[in-house]
Design a protein around this ligand. Structure first.
Ligand code: 5CA
Ligand code: ZN
Length: 397
């Protein structure tokens, strides 16, 4: 699985977090099913918005990228997102990008506009198959998302930049292609092909990446290798909005994971707020979302702290079934709610009866998630804690 990573010029917001938690769930479900998951993620540590922010704030672009990448790693760890097996930067991949552009040239898919290199996307077989948009929509979205449809000298408006010759006051690298830096899409093509090769299972990211980014990544990879497909599936997380618009660094309508953490919000509650929405739906972040998640987490923690509760085995089966059904995390959370309600209701009865919980707090000796019998109710809260930590990445301890 290749998931498109951040461009590190600002802190991680709820939209980023929702996307990476969604793919963390894919990662966890696959591991739970026994697969050996090869998870690759990039970090776009050189690109226009990063360089613009560095200039605007008087910071060195490398230092800005390093600081924001480190904060992202901390935020992801706090949210219990399992790290990818390979985390690869654009800068360190420049020799590989140059190599892949060379293969595209050999395939006759590259042309020059002044000193810059473009990919002949419209001539590539299968172009348009990832996002499935018509020509008008492609053109409009291309211009919105970093493309240059109107540049004179291009063969087709939708062709993307592969290599940009040095601009004044911008970083550039000396390569066989001249003095310059890579375009955006070829970065992910190169990193994915180096680490996974063609025909890997999932390329992921937010739905804003379906076009042009994933379309171009795939078209370039097919043209460079002569093989297909690039990814078997393109999986896109819905957009998280705030104050009526997509949460975005360029608009500035942001709620940062790190800012919430600083105010003492439990990271597990942030994760629960994100998991409460199906990964493909667009939704709006509000303070009420967080309050609901905090209350839910408190209830689950109270139930998990009880000496006994309803068996963990049916809950484990229900959570697994929900997740393999198109990653239905909201349904999985409702199953946990039901378990917690039942556990707390029992505890209420136990409070009125002196022996109702008697004898059920000893750990069982059978087999199960934590080496104990998942059907033994005395071990249930401990097992539910393990199940939630493992499958949903939610920390009840
Ligand atoms: N570096 C590129 C990908 S190669 C990039 O798009 N970086 S980013 O920092 O802009 O976005 C990082 C990830 O967060 C992408 O997968 C993007 O689709 C996702 N994302 C950005 N904004 C939102 C949002 N409001 N809701 C959900 N996901 C979002
Ligand atoms: Zn990408």
């Amino acid at each position: 699985m290749y998931v498109c990573g951040i461009t590190p010029y600002d802190a991680t917001h709820m939209g980023h977090a929702a996307t990476y938690v969604a793919f963390d769930l894919v990662h966890r479900v696959w591991r739970d099913l026994g697969h050996d998951v090869h998870y690759v993620q990039n970090v776009t540590d050189v690109d226009d918005p990063l360089l613009e922010r560095a200039v605007a704030t008087g910071r060195d672009w490398r230092e800005l990228a390093r600081a924001e990448t480190a904060l992202f790693a901390q935020d992801m760890a706090a949210l219990w997102v399992l790290p990818p097996g390979a985390y690869v930067g654009a800068v360190e991949s420049i020799p590989s990008v140059v190599d892949w552009i060379g293969r595209l040239e050999a395939a006759g898919a590259v042309y020059r506009v002044e000193e810059d290199l473009y990919f002949d996307a419209s001539g590539a077989p299968g172009f348009g198959s990832v996002a499935g948009l018509d020509a008008t929509a492609m053109r409009a979205i291309f211009a919105e998302r970093g493309g240059d449809p109107d540049r004179a000298g291009k063969r087709h408006p939708l062709d993307p930049l592969l290599w940009q010759a040095e601009r004044p006051d911008e970083p550039a690298w000396d390569t066989g292609l001249g003095h310059g830096r890579p375009g955006w899409h070829i970065e992910c093509t190169a990193i994915a092909l180096d680490h996974l090769g063609m025909a890997f299972d999932v390329q992921g990211g937010g739905s804003d990446l379906a076009f042009p980014h994933h379309e171009m990544c795939a078209a370039q990879a097919r043209a460079a290798t002569g093989l297909a497909p690039f990814a078997h599936h393109y999986v896109h997380a819905g957009m998280v909005g705030y104050q009526g618009h997509k949460m975005s660094k360029s608009r500035g309508n942001l709620v940062f994971v790190s800012a919430l953490r600083r105010t003492g919000v439990p990271p597990a509650a942030i994760r629960l707020a994100l998991l409460g929405h199906h990964y493909r739906s667009d939704w709006e972040w509000t303070d009420a979302e967080l309050a609901t998640a905090v209350a839910r987490l408190d209830r689950w923690r109270a139930a998990a702290a009880l000496p006994s509760g309803p068996s963990a085995a049916p809950l484990l089966a229900d959570v697994r079934a929900a997740l393999v059904d198109d990653l239905d995390a909201p349904a999985a959370l409702r199953h946990v709610d039901d378990w917690a309600d039942a556990a707390l209701a029992r505890a209420g009865m136990a409070g009125r009866s002196s022996d109702a919980a008697g004898g059920t707090s000893a750990l069982g000796e059978g087999t199960g998630v934590a080496g104990t019998d998942p059907t033994a109710e005395g071990t249930a809260p401990a097992l539910v804690t393990t199940v939630l930590a493992t499958l949903l990445g939610v920390d009840l301890s």
